[in-house]
Design a protein around this ligand. Sequence first.
Ligand code: SAM
Ligand code: SF4
Length: 340
Amino acid sequence: MRHDGGMSSPRPLVDSFNRRITYLRLSVTDRCDLRCSYCMPERMEFLPRKDVLSLEELHELALGFIERGVSKIRITGGEPLVRRDVLELIRALGRKVGDGLEELTLTTNGTQLAQHADDLAAAGVRRVNVSLDTLDPALFERISRRDRLADVLEGVAAARAAGLGVKINTVALKGLNEAELPEIVAWAHGRGYDATLIEVMPLGEVEGDRVDHYLPLSEVRDRLERRWTLTSTADRTGGPARYVDIAETGGRLGFITPLTNNFCDGCNRVRVTATGQLYACLGGAEMVDLRAALRSDDPDARLAAALDTAMRIKPERHHFQIDRRGADPAQPRHMSVTGG
Ligand code: SAM
Ligand code: SF4
């Protein structure tokens, strides 16, 4: 595929609500070495390997997005670091940082970060998001169904030692890590990491009912405000996060509240699964198949047309709800498939 931009410069990606799409979340695998109970069942059925894009195809795709004005790419999954040779892709995309790409980042569960932190930094990654729901080994095993907290903590420390900025992402879970949330925030800020709390979202079937552990972040924020001085900041990242500065910890805390608030108006992102399906909204079914475009006789034209279609079908907002016990998930796709 040609990536010289041709004679005329390619059109930027603008959807039908006039939102400019500059941020791609690219899933490189739906597989994972953990089984977080709110994310997937123990016996998760993974995508057939033959359907998954090769690293070369993922690279082509990413270049196609960069050509259309995407300036930030987050590599995600599943667990991106379980994909063999993923560092090759990250190195290749790292070479685009400063040459079309402003930022290349990664979301990881951290279990394998200790082995890869130096290579990620050398490849041009500056920041990583590490998902960590508890600092208690027994609770970690209960939530993720694996006894891996020590590896994650080692991974986080290695990321810091490699000079990577670290953000800790924590899903707020009623009756599980609920009481520990202030401690996790203080722990993160004490080490110079940003922290973000996330509301559990109804994506894909899991064992049990997510309603049991759904904790609205408005409640969490009220409780934190009784303990600390929170000052809202104007920062927006085009996502559903709102940020506060905490005077006592000296750190910044994000709240991702897709359920109690709706911040779709400024959405700047799309997601691509490891099999090349572009989902225009995390909470919607609107999809275009980029793999078919990539594997066609005329990938340049087909990919351009597919991206144009994606801009036309991107919905104005999601319609998540998690207030009904026994309700079907808002989307049958797990977050690990769409790319969190
Ligand atoms: N495995 C990597 C990780 O855990 O960071 C990357 C993929 S994971 C799907 C990305 C993020 O999605 C994690 O922070 C995880 O906690 C979050 N997540 C997964 N399922 C979720 C759900 N149903 N609701 C809210 N967040 C979810
Ligand atoms: Fe794996 Fe991330 Fe899902 Fe946990 S949240 S099971 S680490 S993909």
